[in-house]
Design a protein around this ligand. Sequence first.
Ligand SMILES: [Zn+2]
Ligand SMILES: [Zn+2]
Length: 389
Amino acid sequence: MPTPFFDTYQTQYDRIVAWRRHLHQHPELSFFETKTAAFITDKLREFGLTDIRTNVGGHGIVATIRGAHSGPTIAFRADFDALPIHDEKDTSYKSTIDGVMHACGHDGHTANLLGLASTLIQHRAQLHGNVVLLFQHAEEKPPGGAKSMIEAGALDGVDYIFGAHLASDLSLGKIATRKGPTMASVDAFKIQLQGRGGHGARPHQTIDSVAVGSRLVTHLQQIVSRRVNPVEPAVITVGSFHAGHAFNIIADSATLEGTVRAMDRDVRALLEQEIRDLLKGMSYADHMDYTLDFTHGYPVLVNAEAETAIVAELAAQTFISVERQIAVGADDFAYFLEQRPGSYFFVGSHNDDAKTRYPHHHPRFDFDERALLNMGEMFLALVGHYLTK
Ligand SMILES: [Zn+2]
Ligand SMILES: [Zn+2]
């Protein structure tokens, strides 16, 4: 069965590519996407949409297309922020802003969702239910835009939520799905150890923050190896450790910073608790004062079983449907999935050309733009499943 309304979407392919390239040339950093948001809003008005909320939880935009008949409401999300990376590509549409680049594909996500908007507004008469389009700012930088958009009511009236990310590690024509935990939670910590400095030859008169900090790094590894069930993925990385100034002086303080990742909500909570307990215990044993800043980033992204099965089934009708491997990357789409059943899936975007095979966030990242057609077709297949009879 052909995907409903895909003919309409397809006739706009050149426009969709032009929008993507415009956004690519004019990237904006997370939380500063004013021109991008204005571009999206202008386009939506131009298509004839009238139910448009702007500045939702920041620069977020929520547009609703009401079907002529009653039925469920499904939401689709596209993120639209860029990254602090200098574009090193050699293309006509490379970034015009020094040090800022769409190196994750969010320009494509947004162009696709605009294509979906202009398609569906033309087919309102055939829709049994409504479509909510969530254009989200600031995915790349915690606290992200998803949480504040939800707090501002972005999901009001929404029954199901779907989103997709381009994937340069997946070839064009493949759609990857995964049930359950799919992307990691990301938390950060900063530990300040406060001991007592002194002469390098009189350690007994000091509290050595280098010695205690070094043991702390080792103990943190043992949380993962001795406290977490070995079948559960978990990461604690100390990425920076600063202490001391001279070879013969015992350092009085040390600063350690790191990242904590998990694929399970309970494991995430366990890691934080163990870090807190460890510091308490070491502080007593080592007579060391400390402060801990523990910052919660994005939660574990958990795809709903039933909705993911539907996505995989629809994908298999037109594409090569594969299972996504667990990745310790994170995405604040996780917050939407905490609120509503739905699924986040991946759309293959590389071809034989090496230019389309760079990893996301690489200064030469690019993708085969036909992947946008595939993303659009998947979204329309979901519209067909939920909103047509
Ligand atoms: Zn990214
Ligand atoms: Zn991304």
